[in-house]
Design a protein around this ligand. Structure first.
Ligand code: EPU
Length: 446
């Protein structure tokens, strides 16, 4: 997404990474960004206060908090606990300047419509990874009985005719969109009658949202399968809920361990959420041990083999780990083929990895990665959240110093990444762009 609203510090700070340091130790994985964002929007469904625990400290969380505040929700966040008091929603219109910064803000459409019978949400627009339309969200809300007009860039939705509530419906999604499944599911919790979402997304964040809504009294079954059934109830009640661990952050740290040929352990995680990533790591020769139901460990591997990866909806290989995994494949023996199937422009890290000595050719949405023996540190630009993470991973393995720009992207989605990496022994330092610091002598563990 555009980041015109990031502060000058965010825009001009960089990460310096001195590569080839072995890592060791343990990382605590934060709550999932993509779950926390939608749960926060879901709090609008409850006319009381919901408490969310294990909320990551991220720019995107602050931004959706600002959108909720603009709608009248009282938001307070301290040390991973977020209280959301939606007893009075004073606005049905989400402000454009906030929505335009964060695509996830469209999540407020379904809950606002269900709660107030009216919602006005500016189209979030595309972002650097693709166009990202919301047609499936809109079709779903229409099927539930909303009249939707898109005018001057704003989606105006209201209950059709004299209806007091949305009405349950059978909805088939042309594509198992995560956001559309979530938006429709939230709206349907307060609809009259039964809603069935066919070809629903099965991502763990969808399941987390269903569990949160159920904790508020919603009647939902089938979340985590491709058919979700929601029986609407007149209202939802207050609850306390803990956000699921971030599988993408966990996957990113597995890759950091693998690329530095290190042993690191991670918790809390849900190993089943990482099945495709663990399977692909094992295919290239990297072992991941499951030490406990919520704890995994990546084991050091000297040489990796190339493999092919195709991104798919869950339980397929996640698009959000495509870029970080590609960094590892640049050092694998032989050729790999990486196909991005979900987003049309999510291979921008290729040019930056090539600047670090990788050998990657692009053909449309396919990257052919020919393994090289070594990467070399270079100044590189993160173009989106996961591309930035990929460059950090590559920097950890590269010879010399890598400087990653574009931290406004990284800070949207990784809670304290440099402190966590430093805690594992990485030599990594945030600085203002003009400063070129001397390499830290010995990494300080924090
Ligand atoms: N799509 C449509 N029409 C729609 C909705 C989606 O054509 O109405 C298309 C999109 O343009 C895209 C594909 O369907 O090409 C998949 O989109 P989906 O709706 O599944 O994704 P999303 O809900 O927009 C969430 C995550 C993304 C993650 C994707 C896929 C949040 C806030 N975002 O996006 O996370 O990549 O699911 O798993 O939940 C990230 O964290 O870096 C990130 C981009």
């Amino acid at each position: 997404m555009s980041n015109s609203h990031s502060s000058p510090e965010e825009r001009h700070s960089v990460l310096h990474i001195w590569g080839r340091q072995p890592l060791s130790g343990h990382v605590t994985i934060s709550g999932a960004k993509n779950s926390a964002l939608v749960l926060m929007a879901g709090s609008i469904l409850c006319s009381g206060t919901c408490r969310l625990r294990n909320v990551p400290s991220l720019l995107d969380i602050t931004r959706i908090g600002e959108i909720l505040s603009a709608l009248g929700v009282k938001v307070s966040h301290s040390q991973g606990i977020l209280d959301l008091d939606a007893s009075e929603i004073t606005q049905s219109k989400a402000p454009y300047d906030l929505v335009s910064q964060l695509r996830a803000s469209f999540f407020v459409a379904g809950p606002l419509l269900a709660r107030l019978g009216v919602a006005q949400v500016p189209l979030p627009g595309g972002c650097s990874i693709g166009d990202r339309p919301v047609d499936l969200h809109v079709k779903g809300l229409q099927a539930l009985g909303a009249e939707v007009i898109i005018e001057h860039g704003v989606v105006h939705a209201r209950l059709r005719g004299n209806r007091k509530r949305l009405t349950g419906a059978r909805i088939y999604l042309d594509f198992p969109s995560v956001g559309a499944t979530e938006n429709i599911m939230m709206a349907a919790t307060l609809a009259e009658g039964e809603t069935i979402i066919e070809n629903a997304a099965q991502e763990p964040e969808v399941v987390d949202l269903a569990n949160f809504c159920r904790a508020m009294g919603a009647q939902i079954r089938g979340a985590g399968t491709n058919r979700i059934v929601i029986n609407g109830v007149p209202q939802l009640h207050e609850t306390e809920y803990s956000v699921v661990p971030d599988r993408i952050e966990a996957g990113t740290f597995l890759l950091a361990g693998a690329i530095t040929r290190s042993e690191i352990s991670l918790s809390p995680v849900v190993p089943d959420h990482l099945s495709a990533t663990i399977a692909k790591l094992s295919e290239i020769g990297v072992k991941v041990a499951i030490d406990a139901p919520d704890r995994i460990r990546v084991l050091p591997t000297e040489q990796f083999r190339g493999t092919d990866i195709e991104t798919l909806p869950f339980p397929g290989f996640p698009t959000d780990l495509q870029a970080p995994f590609m960094s590892l494949l640049t050092l694998a023996e032989g050729d790999s083929m990486v196909t991005e199937k979900l987003f049309e422009n999510r291979l921008q890290h290729v040019a930056e990895l090539n600047r670090m000595g990788a050998d990657i050719r692009l053909k449309g949405n396919i990257a052919i990665v020919r393994g090289v023996p070594q990467l070399s540190g270079a100044p590189v630009q993160g173009t989106d959240l996961r591309a930035s993470a990929a460059l950090v991973i590559a920097g950890l393995a590269a010879n010399g110093m890598t400087t990653v720009r574009g931290l406004n992207h990284l800070d949207r989605g990784y809670d304290n990444i440099e402190a966590k990496l430093r805690g594992l022994g990485a030599k990594i330092q945030r600085a203002q762009e003009a400063e070129i610091p001397a390499a830290p002598a010995e990494s300080k563990r924090s």
